[in-house]
Design a protein around this ligand. Structure first.
Ligand SMILES: Cc1cc2nc3c(=O)[nH]c(=O)nc-3n(C[C@H](O)[C@H](O)[C@H](O)COP(=O)(O)OP(=O)(O)OC[C@H]3O[C@@H](n4cnc5c(N)ncnc54)[C@H](O)[C@@H]3O)c2cc1C
Length: 409
């Protein structure tokens, strides 16, 4: 079938279809798309969506493909590759206008020289603006600023019927709410105007260590509620003897000569103070903190292997029990060489994205089991997926929700 696109390109070549049937997760075996369209203009996108709508062909937008369960794939449809739509257009004081295919790293490179930053940046910066606005975009800054989707001023989009529209909380709020965390199925975001805040030049990270899960969660709640730090995350780490230890990564931004007030920031916390680690970096270096690990994982071939990731949001009252049971089933081998387990609190009051599903409690805990399995080890991948299924069931039975879940299930 010929696809009418005024100026972009259509491809159904084998390597292009293989690219469009793959993602960071490498856990799915969905059918291939009919083809991939690389648009040159909003008109291309509008024409394609109108035509596809008339012929009942699904169109799925895609940018960096860092989905882990086929969310950016279009079985028997068209994948709309937005990576070329990546200009950072216009920075004016407290806002920046960017095309949806721009990566957050590009946005920060453009705003930081002007002393501003998006308030919420994902752990990994080479995700696209459109890709994270289509899911939520959660981070260590969420306890202060909400999700990335809560920091959008305006969106330009093309609706599934092909209409070119602009929407915001004031103009067409229904569409604005449908697009944010709309998982690419409510229209194609072409451009976003994002909120900016003043940026500090440096970041001081306090790494606090705990043996006990309950104490770790209590201190996280305290830090979240009091908003002492700019960035708050935590991890669980498996120890060789089969137990788990926990750590809080709490980060205060600063601009010398002023420095963070350690005594006030750490007052009343019950971590193992003798193992406290403190390190400084530039603000940019902190936001780009995954870069070195990613380089190493790429060299080891682990970045390219399967990532059966699971992201859950646990209601506060059930968090400790679900985590205790879940961690008892997880092993270093099961998480994988490059695996990480994240645990950190999210206050409901900061989140204003209707489509982002949270447990019905004032505080939720993000519980992310970010596993990797060796390339081509199908039994290991299968075991990881089964474990994820079990953890998902436990979580939903306890009133929790799933973030970044499988859109094709
Ligand atoms: C290493 C790594 C670190 C991560 N860290 C975080 C984190 O800290 N916080 C967090 O919240 N998430 C995180 N994620 C998850 C990530 O935010 C999502 O998977 C995100 O959707 C990926 O963006 P992408 O550009 O790769 O999008 P893609 O995988 O290309 O697309 C993702 C979804 O967005 C839709 N989409 C893409 N572009 C558009 C558009 N222009 N208009 C409408 N829909 C669109 C697609 O259809 C699809 O449903 C991480 C993922 C990885 C792999």
């Amino acid at each position: 079938m010929a696809f009418p696109i005024p100026s972009g390109t259509f491809s159904d070549e084998e390597d292009v279809l293989a690219w469009a049937t793959d993602d960071f997760g490498r856990t799915t075996t969905l059918p291939r798309p009919l083809g991939v369209v690389r648009p040159d203009s909003v008109d291309d996108i509008s024409t394609l969506l109108r035509f596809a709508g008339e012929h009942d062909i699904p169109v799925v937008p895609r940018a960096e493909g860092h989905s882990t369960a086929g969310q950016a794939q279009a079985p028997d449809g068209i994948v709309l590759d937005l990576r070329g739509f990546n200009t950072v257009h216009h920075i004016a004081g407290d806002r920046v206008m960017v095309e949806a295919g721009a990566r957050w790293s590009q946005v920060l490179e453009a705003t930081l020289p002007l002393g501003t930053t998006p308030p919420v940046l994902t752990d990994y910066m080479d995700l696209s603006v459109g890709g994270t606005l289509s899911v939520g975009g959660i981070s260590g800054a969420t306890h202060r600023h909400g999700l990335q989707t809560d920091n959008v001023v305006e969106l330009d989009a093309v609706t599934p019927a092909g209409a070119v529209v602009t929407c915001s909380p004031e103009a067409n709020p229904g569409l604005f709410d449908a697009l944010r965390a709309g998982r690419g199925r409510q229209g194609v975001i072409t451009r976003a105007t994002l909120r900016l805040v003043p940026a500090h030049t440096h970041a001081r990270r306090f790494r606090l260590h705990y043996d006990d899960l309950g104490t770790f969660l209590t201190d996280q709640r305290t830090l979240m509620t009091e908003g002492r730090f700019h960035h708050l995350q935590g991890q669980a780490k498996p120890e060789p003897d089969g137990t788990w230890t926990h750590r809080i990564d709490a980060v205060a931004y600063f601009t010398p000569p002023t420095t963070p007030e350690q005594q006030r920031l750490l007052a009343g916390l019950v971590d193992h103070r003798d193992t406290l680690e403190i390190s400084d970096s530039t603000y940019h270096g902190f936001q780009n903190r995954m870069a070195t690990d990613v380089k190493l994982l790429r060299t080891l071939g682990l970045w390219q292997g399967p990532h059966p990731w699971l992201n859950l949001l646990l209601p506060d009252h059930a968090a400790e029990q679900v985590l205790t049971e879940a961690l008892a089933t997880l092993t270093p081998a099961g998480i994988g060489q490059a695996g990480v387990v994240l645990i950190y609190p999210v206050p409901r009051s900061r989140i204003h994205t209707p489509q982002f599903r949270l447990p019905d409690t004032p505080i939720a805990f993000l519980f992310s089991v970010l596993r990797s399995t060796p390339p081509h080890d199908t039994p290991a991948l299968q075991t990881a997926l089964e474990s994820n299924h079990h953890l998902r069931q436990q979580t939903t039975a306890a009133g929790g929700t799933v973030y970044l879940g499988d859109i094709h299930a």
